[in-house]
Design a protein. Structure first.
Length: 279
């Protein structure tokens, strides 16, 4: 990846992280940790990988995206705002009763949202349905989904994995956000779902493992996924929960709480410092 392109993606992802913090702080609740961990992946998807049109969110030819770990909606909303689906100022309405930006993605209420999600395991199943539909009707669009590592403890995730392999859904690319933590603690202690790579291979998937914060690796992974025929692809992305905010990084307590005023100021200060360093 060219340095200039990588630098621009880092700037965009950092702005997405700022939007996440702004939204969760304004709401006084939400899920910052897992939102921050997927900021780089979701930035690459919306700015480089997916064929979408913010001016026509329901365009039939668009690539589809499903945030299966729907509680990390602040990341999706922030990247949608950054991409031009709606104004960034709207991020500050997160979780308000009259807002289009509810605690979980809502296909009926939010421009750019392709699937309502929240109940873990359901999103990846819906993504499988979208991919199969494209196959049946001969549509060229691709389907992308992000699944949480804690979410992968759900049996429905593996039912979906079996389904996708059986129907040879090579137009489906799933990203597993592997930050190692869930609301109750380390995934290895709560209900260990690892090794993910061996399990997905056993279910018939093509497996790629990357650093979730390395844009060159992200680019190469999505490019490789497009070459795979006859089977779905999973990108196991090793990430840092709370990435970009020092006191949130690798802390499960930031799975589902909002920063207080002083913590908010520290978070924004750190992210603005990163932004300055990327000029």
């Amino acid at each position: 990846m060219e340095h200039s392109k990588e630098l621009e993606l880092k700037r965009l992802a950092n702005d997405v992280r700022i939007g996440i913090i702004e939204g969760v702080y304004s709401a006084g609740c939400g899920h910052p940790g897992g939102s921050l961990s997927i900021a780089d992946i979701i930035t690459y998807l919306y700015f480089e990988e997916m064929n979408v049109d913010p001016k026509n969110p329901k365009w039939e030819g668009r690539d589809r995206f499903v945030l299966s770990k729907g509680h990390t909606a602040p990341a999706l909303y922030s990247v949608l705002a950054e991409r031009g689906y709606f104004e960034k100022e709207e991020l500050k309405t997160l979780r308000q009763a009259t807002s289009r930006l509810q605690g979980h993605p809502d296909i009926k209420g939010t421009p750019g949202v392709d699937m309502t999600t929240g109940s873990l395991g359901l999103g990846i199943s819906a993504a499988c349905g979208m991919a199969l539909s494209a196959k049946v009707y001969g549509n060229p669009y691709r389907v992308y989904a992000i699944v949480g590592d804690g979410e992968s403890e759900e049996g429905q995730v593996w039912e979906a994995a079996m389904f996708a392999a059986h129907y040879k859904l090579d137009n489906l690319c799933c990203v597993l956000d592997w930050n190692g933590l869930q609301i109750d603690g380390p995934i290895a202690e709560v209900m260990n779902p690892t090794p993910h790579d061996e399990k997905f291979r056993a279910f018939g998937w093509h497996v790629i493992s990357i650093d979730a914060h390395d844009f060159s690796a992200i680019e190469a992974a999505f490019a490789e996924a497009k070459t795979v025929k006859g089977k779905p692809t999973v990108i196991i992305a090793k990430s840092v929960k709370g990435k970009g905010v020092s006191y949130m990084e690798n802390k499960c307590e930031w799975h589902g709480q909002a920063p207080k005023e002083e913590q908010y100021k520290i978070a924004i200060s750190e992210l603005l410092a990163i932004k300055e360093s990327l000029k």
